[in-house]
Design a protein around this ligand. Sequence first.
Ligand code: 5GP
Length: 205
Amino acid sequence: MEERATSRPGLLVIISGPSGVGKTTITHGVERSVPGAVFSVSCTTRAKTDADREGVDYFFISDARFDAMVREDRFLEHAEVFGRKYGTPREWVMDRLAEGKVVILEIDVEGARQVKEKVPHAFGVFVLPPSEDVLLERLRHRKREDEAQIQKRFAEAKREIARAKELSASHGVYDAFVTNDDLARATREAVSLVEARRAGATARP
Ligand code: 5GP
């Protein structure tokens, strides 16, 4: 299996979407279901929560360390989200692509824009809520923040959706939009899209 994978070209997959839309579940569904798929663990300066696993969900690093990595050009992309820095380690991603893996990046719209500039064949998927009302309900349901925080995330989510659509029209940043009306269905759709692109990528000379 491993040898077959090494003879295939790698595929870089970007999955984005506003908070509360279910993109982490969809991302992990794609990672589990697509053969040869691996999740790229980002570096972040945000505080680690009890739910986070170091080195599995993120590498939690200091501001100084993050800035040093930027100076050393060790990020494929990096951006600030909610006032915290996030970046994709370049070398790990490039090594996995060279091995023929499907590398999944769960990153924001700004990061996606940067990646598409550097790797134009990257496949961008943006996860949408079925409606704004549903998104607001989901953000409240998570019980992770107070109402003021929730409203901030909601406003940011609406901006991010508008920006994703705008950048796709102008720069083709996202190749597909998946509406999460039902988590299992949306995950299946994302998996099919990635597999179809993978089949297309493999057929490319
Ligand atoms: P959270 O802190 O809630 O896990 O993630 C906050 C946001 O940061 C999400 O939209 C997530 O997709 C984005 N994000 C996570 N890692 C990266 C990264 O490496 N680069 C960029 N640009 N965004 C990221």
